[in-house]
Design a protein around this ligand. Structure first.
Ligand code: AMP
Length: 292
C-alpha cells in the first residue's frame, strides 16, 4: 500500500512495460514535460521535475494495482480495466490504443446476429466482458478463452464465432469473418485509485490537467493569416471552431492579421477556401499546451 507518512507525497503511476500501449504512453508523458530516464529493463523510473515515480508493469495488471492502491494512477486500455473488473476512478481518455471488442462469425456460417449463437461455442480473449454480454441478452453460449490468434479458432473448428479486439477490421476480413456486434469500444485511459489522501488527490488533479492540456493541444492548431478587413466574416465562415479570433490592424491600411485556435483535423481542407476568401501569409503552428 502507499506510504502516507509525513514526507511530501510522490505519486506512483503504472504504465504498460511493453506492447502497443507502452510507447504512446511514454510519448504522452514526455510531451507533458515530465523528465525521466528510459531503460527497457527497469521496473521503476523517478521523474526528475515532478513528484512522480513511473512503474512499468503488465498492461493487464494495471487496473488491479490501481484499484488496490499499489499505485495512485494507471494508464492502460479500457478493455483491460473492464476485463479485470477493476474499481477505479476514470480520469481521462487518452485518445490512443483505440480498438473494439468485436463479435464475429465465419462469412460462410448461417449466423448473422448474436442471438444466433445460442448453444454455440465462442472463443474470446475477453471472457468476462463476453460472458456479461451474453448474460445480459439471456443467451447461453459456451466460452473458450484463447489469448492469441483468436481469429483462427473457427478455421480450426474449435469455435463457431469469436469475440476479439479489432482496430481496422482487416484481420477479420483476412480470416473470412464477418462482424456481428461490437461488445466494447476501447482506448487508453488514465485511471486513479478511489480513496486517495487529499494531498495525493491534489497532485493527481494537477497531473491530469497537465496531461489533458497536451491532449487538447494536439487536436488544435494556431492559425495566423493576413487578410483585407472586409474578408474577416467570410474567413470566419470557412474555419469552424474559430470562435472570437484576434483581429489585429496591420500597418497596411485595410489589412488585418487574424489569429485563432482551430481544429487540427480539417485544417488542410480549409486552406484553399481561406485563400479564396482573401487570406495570405497563412501560418499553421502546433500548440504545446491548451488549458481552456
Ligand atoms: P499489447 O497486446 O500489449 O500490444 O496491447 C494490447 C492492448 O492494446 C489491448 O488490450 C488494447 O487495449 C490495445 N489495442 C489497441 N489496438 C489493438 C488491436 N488492434 N489489437 C489488440 N489490442 C489493441
Amino acid at each position: 500500500m502507499i506510504d502516507t507518512e509525513s514526507s511530501p507525497p510522490r505519486l506512483r503511476l503504472a504504465l504498460p512495460n511493453k506492447g502497443r500501449l507502452c510507447q504512446p504512453a511514454l510519448n504522452l508523458l514526455r510531451e507533458t514535460g515530465l523528465v525521466f530516464e528510459e531503460d527497457d529493463r527497469r521496473l521503476f523510473a523517478p521523474c526528475h521535475n515532478y513528484p512522480l515515480d513511473l512503474l512499468f508493469v503488465r498492461a493487464d495488471d494495471i487496473g488491479e494495482y490501481t484499484q488496490d492502491g499499489v499505485v495512485d494512477l494507471g494508464i492502460t486500455g479500457s478493455n483491460l480495466l473492464q476485463e479485470a473488473g477493476a474499481t477505479v476512478v476514470h480520469r481521462l481518455e487518452l485518445g490512443f490504443g483505440r480498438c473494439r471488442l468485436q463479435l464475429a462469425a465465419p462469412n460462410s456460417a448461417q449466423i448473422t446476429t448474436a442471438e444466433d449463437l445460442a448453444g454455440h461455442v465462442v472463443a474470446t480473449s475477453h471472457p468476462r466482458i463476453t460472458a456479461e454480454f451474453f448474460a445480459a441478452r439471456q443467451l447461453t453460449v459456451r466460452l473458450i478463452e484463447i489469448s492469441g490468434a483468436v481469429e483462427v479458432a473457427p478455421l480450426l473448428g474449435v469455435a463457431d464465432a469469436i469475440a476479439d479486439l479489432v482496430a481496422s477490421g482487416s484481420t477479420l476480413a483476412t480470416n473470412g469473418l464477418k462482424p456481428l456486434e461490437t461488445l466494447l469500444e476501447s482506448q487508453a485511459e488514465l485511471v486513479a485509485h478511489q480513496n486517495l489522501a487529499p494531498d495525493r488527490l491534489r497532485l493527481v488533479e494537477e497531473l491530469a490537467l497537465m496531461i489533458a492540456s497536451v491532449i487538447a493541444a494536439s487536436r488544435r492548431r494556431y492559425l495566423m493569416l493576413n487578410a483585407p478587413s472586409e474578408s474577416v466574416e467570410r474567413i470566419r465562415s470557412v474555419v469552424p471552431g474559430m470562435g472570437a479570433p484576434s483581429v489585429i490592424q496591420l500597418a497596411d491600411p485595410g489589412m488585418v492579421a487574424i489569429h485563432a485556435v482551430v481544429d487540427a483535423e480539417s485544417i488542410w481542407q480549409r486552406l484553399g477556401p481561406l485563400r479564396e476568401a482573401g487570406a495570405s501569409s497563412i501560418l499553421v503552428l502546433p500548440i504545446e499546451k491548451l488549458i481552456p
